[in-house]
Write a protein that binds this ligand. Structure first.
Ligand code: SF4
Length: 300
């Protein structure tokens, strides 16, 4: 397989075309507008990590209207965050965002910190989110490696169709090597590569005819060799514990008072899987069991 590295692909030759393309084609998304502020960026990053933009948009708007500042969210029980999360999926993200809002309120006077280290120290914030918030909200220079960016770099610079299942040290090194020197331009590059992966260099239907770096793309120039790594993780949902958890949580989101076990039992026939899913929700802090076999969203 032909593998082109960052040293063979001069980083600067990618910057202008990708950033120029972004200036022309970037979607007008609410978290990219100046009024979103760092809190809007942070909320969007939590929501977008595993959910497409189209599903995030309405929940994001409602979330920011209800909780325009971290302190507004921190003042409510975590269960309200889970309720407002709606059907975005992976609802532990709602609890983590609530925990981060509390820490921002307690440690930073209610303002999302701008320092990468302070962001990383917040509960529920990992390397990706800290880098994304520092870059998108504060215009700093950080390698922001989401799935879209990793795919673009894998193809354009490394010459393979898909990145590894989990982010590797080599990918981080490559991402740093590809970063523009200037802070503002690096932040632009991060957003632009992410948008290119979302709109053009997609997982299944890359549209190289619309790609601003098609002439330099290592994978395309190598004749698009087939993926040789381990099988890619699927996103099956039907019949999984995730689906059962989603149904159980939907009952609790709709309820204004604690619900009895029988109301939960009604949403899934298979008792062993249903019990496992409910146990998992309780263990994750998403559901609070009460005396008398009742359940509700967590109050603390
Ligand atoms: S040329 Fe095609 S495969 Fe290469 S980065 Fe552009 S869209 Fe992706």
């Amino acid at each position: 397989m032909t593998a082109m590295t960052a040293t063979q692909t001069p980083p600067a030759s990618l910057h202008d075309p990708v950033i120029g393309w972004f200036e022309q084609h970037a979607r007008d998304l609410p978290w990219r507008r100046p009024e979103a502020g760092a809190w809007g960026v942070m909320v969007s990053e939590f929501m977008l990590q595993q959910t497409p933009v189209s599903r995030v948009l309405p929940v994001y708007e409602q979330w920011l209207a209800r909780w325009p500042r971290p302190a507004d969210l921190a003042a409510e029980p975590p269960g309200e965050a889970v309720r407002a999360w709606g059907r975005l999926g992976y609802p532990r993200r709602a609890l983590r965002l609530h925990g981060a809002a509390q820490a921002i309120t307690e440690r930073h006077g209610g303002d999302v910190p701008s320092e990468h280290g302070q962001l990383l120290a917040l509960p529920g914030i990992g390397e990706y989110t800290a880098a994304a918030v520092a870059s998108f909200a504060y215009g700093q220079r950080h390698a922001v490696l989401d799935t879209n960016v990793r795919r673009v770099f894998a193809r354009a610079a490394t010459g393979i169709q898909y990145p590894p299942n989990a982010t590797t040290a080599a990918e981080r090194k490559l991402a740093r090597a590809l970063l523009p020197e200037d802070d503002e331009r690096a932040a632009r590059w991060a957003a632009a590569t992410m948008e290119l992966g979302a709109l053009v260099c997609t997982a299944k239907n890359e549209d190289c005819t619309r790609c601003p770096i098609a002439g330099q793309c290592a994978w395309r120039l190598a004749g698009k060799p087939a993926h040789q790594g381990p099988p890619r993780r699927g996103q099956t949902y039907a019949g999984t514990d995730r689906q059962v958890r989603g149904r159980l949580l939907a009952v609790l989101r709709e309820a204004v008072a604690p619900v009895p076990q029988s109301a939960l039992d009604a949403v899934w026939d298979e008792p062993v899987q249903r019990a496992r899913a409910l146990d998992g929700l309780v263990a994750d802090g998403l559901v609070e069991p009460l005396a008398g076999g009742q359940y509700r969203l967590p109050l603390s």
